[in-house]
Design a binder for this molecule. Structure first.
Ligand code: IVH
Length: 687
């Protein structure tokens, strides 16, 4: 085929595919079969392969760009992405409606748009001249993370907008929600479990996790969907109501939820809310309430915003899913850190599409306070997230007498797993046997192998339990002695999967220090602290020998944490395990690769903090400055470069002004940090 003809054909194919995308995603009425669609797609890809110079950046084939990113760029939103005022109670909804009516005056005609509140991750999409230019997560509302390449992989995210029948504004900022449909979520979790990886707790986490993958190939392998619900900013876009906004979004090619409705009264809103609540389990995607928005855009301007949310919108949430069932028995479960948690085994019930047969009772004091015994009827809830909880006991007048009910439940005196006498720590009960307790060992193995620790694919919950119960792993270091021939006899292991796991173990035997430290599960040591400790001490031996005093030289490490760390290393049982482990694992010490790559743009800069900060603790702020190479000092002098001024700042702010030193308010300070590459969620990750 000649270049000229190929060009025409490529054009026609791209236009046809876009048209079918629109029919499929927006209109929900495809006109061609999947096979026909795939055929068009294949033909386009083949032609583009033959004529690479004809590949347009927004061609339907260009949904995955090449390289993984090192980090997400910080992106300032076109307009602040505020959150919503939210409440599950009808009274609060009615108060919202009254405030709106009062604010607009007695003569105003009030109408609302009602939309399902999608439970995913919100994003801002920027289109220039109708082409997807940039996408970012919400972040702190002002700055988000640039996830453009990942959003491009979402089939429902238009790369190029349709400009008929409605012209597309040259600049358009759209807000929407990235979600994962429930069946896709379940399939993904099955796959992760099959690969021995941790499943996601709910579709929201799965969607947010997929969106925040540095490698777009991974995002692409996770089925995401996108709904648009707002235009944040547009040049010359003449809409006057939310209804028109949604219609325009649809015309441009965005998927907009079909279940939107209009209401004029609070009663109608309540009816819509209750109706959707009844149907929520049948929708195929998760919603956690409805969003009520004033329809008239000019009236919205009159009501305005608080610093957190618009006064013209309200999220009328659903209450947590609750159900009554019976406690069959109460058992205990020993966690990775030795905490013994009472768990109610329940007569199975359906809660939000999930069958629940266990619920946490937290600790022995909770059991006593709620007075829950075997045989009782209880109310169980699953609040947005995963682990169901026993909310309360249901009174049963006919069996309130002492001998009608089972005896008071008591925590066993000995560890159900290893028999060691349990000790009480506040309301919690703990098995002090550390690495030697089999129940803790399985949990510790899983943690050690986790994504953010040594990342050993194929070593999940079930496998860890199997290793411990089969006696293959008696201590953590035994893990590295496992060979294919030992795995093969185990249930669920074939030649291929055994080899894979052995390879993963061999890779993990060369571990980066921060991951290794985190994986050990030292009490109080999370990922951030592990990273800081590794950076500070450089080598494992130095850290292991450090006194509590030396430990506290690490920014973010306080007395309690220092104590926990020294106690962990001082324990002779732990010491033996560590010695054996270090025979098998070659640590990559010194500056970890990631840290070495981190620039230290604040070298030589002295910061002083005064007043209180809202977003992060002062300690964390100082720590971040130091990570970036700067110094945080206590008092203002001529040598000070910046004074960060929080709420109720005192004389230091005054002093700074006198000396002519630059002051930053919290917002400016956070903006500085994000520009220097600090990720938003790192701000609050108090060590
Ligand atoms: S409108 C200023 N509409 O709910 C108005 N938000 O707590 C901004 N959400 O972060 C939001 N469905 O992620 C709006 N139909 C919808 C929504 C929706 C879900 C999420 C959004 C936002 C959160 C607000």
């Amino acid at each position: 085929m000649h270049r000229k003809r190929a060009e025409g054909r490529i054009h026609a194919l791209a236009a046809a595919i876009r048209h079918h995308d629109y029919l499929y995603y927006v209109r929900d009425s495809p006109e061609v079969s999947d096979e026909e669609y795939d055929r068009l797609f294949r033909e386009l890809r083949e032609l583009e392969e033959r004529f690479p110079e004809l590949v347009a950046p927004d061609s339907p084939t260009q949904r995955v760009a090449g390289q993984p990113l090192a980090s997400f760029p910080a992106i300032e939103h076109a307009a602040p992405m505020l959150s919503l005022d939210s409440d599950p109670s009808e009274a609060a909804l009615r108060r919202f409606d009254e405030r709106v009516r009062k604010g607009l005056g007695p003569d105003a005609e009030v109408a609302y748009t009602l939309e399902p509140k999608l439970d995913g991750a919100s994003v801002e999409l920027i289109y220039r001249e109708g082409r997807l230019h940039q996408a970012s997560t919400r972040g702190d509302g002002r700055f988000g993370e640039g996830v453009t390449e990942n959003v491009r992989t979402i089939p429902a995210a238009p790369l190029r907008l349709r400009d008929r029948p409605r012209a597309v504004p040259p600049f358009l900022a759209v807000r929407g929600e990235v979600i994962m449909r429930v069946p896709d979520f379940e399939k993904l979790n099955e796959r992760l479990l099959g690969e021995g990886k941790e499943p996601f707790a709910n579709p929201r986490n799965a969607a947010a996790g997929a969106l925040r993958q540095l490698d777009p190939q991974i995002t692409k392998a996770r089925p995401l969907d996108l709904y648009a619900y707002d235009v944040l900013l547009a040049d010359g876009f003449p809409a006057t109501t939310q209804g028109e906004v949604l219609a325009a979004l649809r015309d441009w090619g965005f998927r907009v939820d079909e279940l939107t409705a209009r209401a004029a009264t609070a009663d109608e809103i309540v009816a819509y809310h209750d109706d959707l609540e009844r149907r929520r389990d049948d929708l195929g995607y998760e919603i956690d309430g409805i969003v009520v928005k004033l329809d008239d855009l000019a009236a919205r301007e009159r009501l305005g915003w608080t610093s957190h949310h618009p006064r013209w919108a309200f999220a009328f949430k659903f209450p947590p899913r609750k159900e009554v069932t019976k406690v069959l028995s109460i058992v205990t479960s020993v966690g990775r850190t030795g905490v013994v948690t009472p768990v109610a085994l329940l007569l199975p019930i359906e809660l939000g599409g999930v069958t629940v047969s266990r619920a946490s009772l937290h600790n022995r004091e909770e059991v006593a306070r709620k007075d829950i015994r075997e045989g009782d009827r209880v109310r169980v809830q699953r609040a947005g997230d995963v682990i169901p909880q026993v909310v309360e006991r249901i009174e049963e007048p006919e069996r309130e007498g002492e001998h009608e009910r089972a005896p008071l439940w008591r925590m066993p005196a000995e560890c159900p797993s290893c028999g060691t006498p349990l000790v009480e720590r506040g309301p919690f009960t703990v098995c002090p046997n550390g690495f030697r307790c089999p129940a803790q060992l399985a949990g510790r193995l899983v943690h050690f192998a986790g994504r953010n620790a040594l990342d050993i694919a194929g070593l999940g919950d079930e496998t860890a339990k199997l290793f411990v119960s089969a006696g293959l792993v008696r201590q953590l270091p035994d893990l590295f002695g496992l060979g294919v021939e030992q795995l093969l006899p185990l249930e669920g292991f074939a030649q291929k999967s055994s080899e894979k796991l052995v390879e993963a173990l061999a890779r993990a035997a060369h571990a980066e220090l921060p991951r290794f430290l985190y994986g050990l599960g030292i009490p109080e040591v999370g990922e951030t602290v592990a990273r800081d400790l590794a950076r500070h001490f450089g080598a494992f031996a130095a850290l292991r020998a450090a006194t509590a005093e030396r430990l506290q030289e690490v920014p973010g490490v306080g007395p309690r944490m220092a104590e926990a760390i020294t106690a962990f290393f001082a324990d002779p049982g732990n010491g033996a395990v560590l010695d054996a482990l270090l025979q098998k694992v070659a640590l990559k010490e010194g500056k970890p690769a990631a840290a070495a790559a981190v620039k230290q743009p604040l070298v030589g800069k002295k910061f002083v903090f005064t007043g209180s900060l809202a977003r992060l603790t002062r300690r964390r702020a100082q720590e971040l400055v130091e990570q970036l190479g700067g110094k945080a000092t206590g008092s203002v002098s001529k040598a000070t470069d910046y004074v960060v001024v929080g709420e109720d700042a005192g004389s230091k702010a005054e002093g700074a002004r006198k000396l002519g030193i630059e002051t930053l308010d919290e917002e400016a300070f956070v903006a500085l940090l994000t520009q220097l590459g600090v990720k938003l969620e790192e701000l609050e990750q108090s060590a």
